[in-house]
Design a protein around this ligand. Sequence first.
Ligand code: IPM
Ligand code: MG
Length: 367
Amino acid sequence: MSNPSLLILPGDGIGQEVMAEVRRVIDWFGAKRDLAFDVSEDLVGGAAYDAHGTPLHDDTMAKAQEVDAVLLGAVGGPKYDDLDFSVKPERGLLRLRKEMDLFANLRPAQCFDALADFSSLKKDIVAGLDIMIVRELTSGVYFGEPRGIHTEDNMRVGVNTQRYTEAEIERGARAAFDLAMKRDKKLCSMEKANVMESGILWRDVVTEVSKDYPEVELSHMYADNGAMQLVRAPKQFDVIYTDNLFGDILSDCAAMLTGSLGMLPSASLGAPMANGRPKAMYEPVHGSAPDIAGQGKANPIACILSFAMALRYSFDEGADATRLETAIEKVLADGVRTGDLLGDADTTPVSTSGMTDAILAALDASL
Ligand code: IPM
Ligand code: MG
């Protein structure tokens, strides 16, 4: 049987540096755990624009459809700020999500014990935090039609449409309930049913789906209250299910609870392929961080944890995913820190590759 295939799209900025570290981790699993992958690499975002004049070449899109999983770094940078909207780096990412139909975006926010002091919130509010945001990723206002900028009575008007079908709400809800069943069996659905019809439908459909999951305790919250509760008492949540735009915002908020955006991975999952594996793309939640790109300072953990999610959700290697997560926990407990994790501490930061050295050593020690 051939090895499972991975398409690596480092993208822009620190995406390239952190992905180079992920490749070292992938190689480790091939050499030491007999988990070999066929890895190919291609361009996305600004890097693809520079080479091809488009943020995602059709050939790359076709490859992404064929592989078992895509690993993406980050896209964007100031160099591309003035590009036409249709070829901006972000369009490459959005096209991958849309055409692969990756409707369920899993964004865990976990607070590592060693970093609890580092959150902008008080330690007891975040210590032990472990929540999972499931963000609908292929619909809503990100993709709804009509959209655009037109002129009415000599005045420019910008239009985007929040649109959800029942089926779209339902399939994401099922993914969220399935996850809740494997966790603490609590699901909070967030929308704005007080002002949006799409929110009323959202609440209705989620309630309907909950009948198939009698063990899961379902609650509903307006998304603005959800944002407030996330910073007030985040540990009340287990799984949160929300739409594309609210999920974008709430997941950044949840991410910061853990102390650093540089820590958080994500998985975007679609329908099962012929081999039973879900269509999947894994990426760190952080962006391309142009301010520190190319300096060897970036924290590779979010991207490495994204590979751990790939092991768990695409390749059914949950034990090795845990092995990798545990190695990272150990390294943090030992005080190894990239610059973003320093705070006021009087420690010397390690470089991007120095962090990976430590993680690989901890993996070796786990054998
Ligand atoms: C994210 C990002 C993207 C989004 C951007 C880069 C298009 O913020 O993945 O959260 O808005 O979805
Ligand atoms: Mg975002």
